[in-house]
Design a protein around this ligand. Structure first.
Ligand code: ATP
Length: 494
């Protein structure tokens, strides 16, 4: 293995002076990657640099490419300076240009020869049973009715699997305190009321309270508000309402989820009686809803004020670190359950940044990757993930570039009309902006060459290809144009 200090830098400098010697540049590239690998470690290297390629060296600019926009942005943010330093040591480069590889870029005949190709681990995919959501009921009060036995609990929703972050520290601590309180001791926070928007972990925490409380020998009943209503109606019908009430009132901890769905005057009254009876008897009540007690308009004032009188805690939106951690632990579990399913670090990072911010979106994204992996045998890579979770990407992300945006920005910048760009006119003041617009359409959107041709006044795909190659070539030699195009890209993205 070549050590960095063994590199005779001077030997390779002439490569920059004139035409690129692909053997020399391939060797240089090998050494740059090797040094990077040693600096950042194998795992990070494989995650971020396994699919980076040297496209060409022109002048003192080194052109590298990666397959996805996310990878480009990440490397640019974190490693571009370091890459430049390493290249500067090798051949005196003054600039490293990182592009997203397109079909066109791939076909350019400038790639360093024999550059070793590295791929992210390609394990054989094994088709396995779909993820199963086992359910189990927590041990409940002796002699309770069917409903008294509680709604089913998901065995995955425990404190052990709950990831703590800034957005849920207080809610987690309060839930833990409630779950671990000594049986019979007067509750500290009663009721404990958790609220949050959808998918932020309310049910998970509530069920964790139920599991942990039951494990400590407490009589815990977990009910969704709907199940509570159903149970009460069923008990009324079978003349077992008294038994139902007694069963509920004899427990240690009542956990009610999705309280916003509690409707109807009778139900509210019944719930209010149960709440009062339990709290007056020193029993713990834990409630979750999608809004604070004051906003539960359908609820009786007395219930609202009783609920607000305990500890009310909001679970905020999952922050990026927390999303990342949740994804990491979930994907580890899936990997253990499904041989051949592995989610590389770069993909976890991509998902935590771009997928919607509720826990349910994160689950959905991982399930999507699992499904694609199982059904097609395709290993999970950034490219695969970007395609698979397209529909789960947050709308707040930088907007997707449209050909229309490109036409608008280019027309304005070069002071021509949109119609000119789409027309058959061949005057120089129109031809170049048109070629630049086509180049931008190819590099900033996912559209194919024929699609772009159609959007540019019904042109053939070879015309688009010619334009893209032409501008690509000019950028390599014309610094001013390269800067201008970078500025246009920024304008289009705004
Ligand atoms: N902090 C966390 N740690 C681990 N998993 C989490 C966390 N927060 C949310 N999740 C996961 O996100 C998913 C949705 O969470 P949960 O069902 O608890 O949401 P919710 O707030 O009850 O939503 P809703 O209001 O729609 O019922 C679950 O798979 C849950 O395990």
């Amino acid at each position: 293995m070549l050590k960095p200090e063994a590199v005779d830098v001077a030997k390779f400098r002439p490569a920059l002076a004139g035409a690129v010697n692909t053997d020399v540049s391939a060797d240089q590239w090998d050494r740059v990657r090797q040094r990077l690998r040693e600096e950042i470690g194998e795992e990070s290297y494989t995650s971020w640099f396994a699919r980076i390629e040297l496209d060409r060296i022109s002048g003192t600019t080194v052109h590298l490419s990666v397959p996805t926009r996310f990878l480009k942005a990440w490397i640019q943010d974190h490693y571009l300076d370091r890459l430049l330093e390493l290249w500067r040591d090798e051949n005196g480069a003054t600039r490293v240009d990182l592009a997203v590889r397109t079909a066109v870029a791939r076909s350019l005949p400038l790639k360093a020869a024999n550059a070793p190709r590295e791929t992210v681990s390609e394990r054989p995919a094994v088709v396995a049973a779909p993820v199963r959501q086992a359910v189990a009921a927590a041990p409940a009060a002796q002699g309770t009715s069917d409903v008294g036995a509680g709604s089913p609990l998901d065995p995955r929703f425990t404190f052990e699997t709950f990831v703590i972050g800034k957005s849920n520290t207080l809610a987690h601590a309060a839930a833990k305190q409630v779950a671990e309180a000594v049986p019979g001791a007067a509750p500290l926070f009663n009721p404990l009321y958790l609220h949050a928007a959808v998918g932020l972990g309310k049910t998970h925490l509530l069920q964790a309270v139920a599991w942990a409380g039951a494990a400590r020998g407490r009589r815990v009943v977990y009910l969704t508000a709907e199940r509570f209503m159903y149970g009460f109606v069923a008990a009324l019908k079978s003349h077992a309402a008294i038994a139902f009430k007694d069963a509920l009132r004899s427990i240690d901890t009542l956990v009610i989820d999705d309280l916003q769905f509690l409707t109807g005057k009778n139900m509210q009254q019944e719930f209010c009686h149960t709440l009062n009876a339990l709290m007056d008897a020193g029993r713990q009540v834990v409630v979750a809803a999608d809004r604070p007690p004051g906003d539960l308009d359908a609820l009786d004032d007395r219930v609202r004020s009783r609920l607000a009188g305990g500890l009310v805690v909001e679970l905020a939106t999952l922050e990026e670190d927390l999303r990342h951690q949740i994804l990491r632990t979930r994907s580890q579990v899936l990997s253990e359950q499904h041989r051949g399913f592995a989610v590389p670090a770069a993909v976890l990072e991509f998902l935590s940044r771009h997928v919607g911010s509720s826990g349910r979106d994160l689950d959905g994204a991982l399930n999507k990757l699992l499904a694609v992996n199982k059904l097609t045998g395709e290993p999970v890579t950034l490219e695969m993930a970007e395609g698979a979770v397209k529909d789960l990407v947050r709308p707040t992300d930088p907007k997707r570039v449209r050909v229309d945006d490109i036409l608008r920005v280019v027309a304005k910048h070069y002071n021509v009309s949109r119609a000119d760009l789409l027309s058959q006119r061949r005057t120089a003041n129109v031809v170049k902006p048109r070629q630049i617009a086509m180049y931008l359409a190819k590099t900033l959107t996912l559209r194919s060459l024929p699609e772009i041709g159609r959007r540019f006044g019904g042109r053939d795909h070879t015309t688009v290809l010619h334009a893209v190659r032409k501008i690509d070539g000019l950028i390599a030699t014309d610094r001013a144009l390269a800067d201008e195009i970078e500025a246009l890209k920024r304008l289009v993205a705004e």
